[in-house]
Design a protein around this ligand. Structure first.
Ligand code: HEC
Length: 147
């Protein structure tokens, strides 16, 4: 009985591998991508860019279903919500709302997402990292007010 269930599960795992989501990284245009100082960019790259930019780094398991399906969903929805590679192209009002939300989400430990942190040790934001990002987002808000 146990053996049958096990064989069944393995069979399902094998079959679902044929359902592959489509992953792609559109070409980056530096003229519209976010520009910031090195420290800020490196924090955002470690903690946010895999879901919020066109520079996603795909881990080896990105092709393993069902993880691949969840990952494709996160990247797709994450890019739609906020894409640092398309920063200058984002509507200023929407950017303002997203930046305000980003401050709250980081402050409350809701971004990066918990499921992502399990597998991405260096995406954890320390208190001082959070402060740097918070200041950066405040500067963005100041600039957005002027524009
Ligand atoms: C594992 C993927 C992933 C990572 C990493 C990630 N996000 Fe997100 N983020 C999402 C997804 C998916 C959404 C859209 C759906 C949702 O809100 O859950 C989102 C939504 C957002 C939104 C819009 C929320 C709203 O209510 O409008 C902001 C702002 C945001 N993320 C900021 C960040 C910041 C800043 C980081 C890095 C510190 C980050 N995210 C890291 C996946 C991610």
């Amino acid at each position: 009985m146990v053996k049958k269930i096990f064989v069944g599960l393995v069979g399902i795992l094998v079959v679902i591998q044929f359902i592959k989501p489509h992953f792609n990284n559109p070409k980056i245009d530096e003229r519209i991508a976010l520009q910031a100082d090195e420290k800020v960019i490196s924090l955002l790259k470690n903690a946010c860019y895999d879901c919020h930019s066109d520079e996603t780094k795909y881990p080896w398991y990105h092709n393993v279903a069902p993880i691949s399906w969840a990952m494709a969903g996160h990247i797709d929805q994450g890019r739609k919500a906020l894409n640092f590679s398309q920063w200058a192209n984002m509507d200023a009002d929407i950017r303002t709302i997203r930046v305000k939300r980003a401050k709250q989400l980081i402050d409350n430990g809701l971004m990066p997402k918990g499921s992502y942190l399990w597998m991405h040790e260096n995406a954890h934001l320390k208190q001082e990292d959070k402060k740097i990002l918070d200041q950066f987002f405040d500067q963005q808000l100041q600039q957005l007010k002027k524009s």
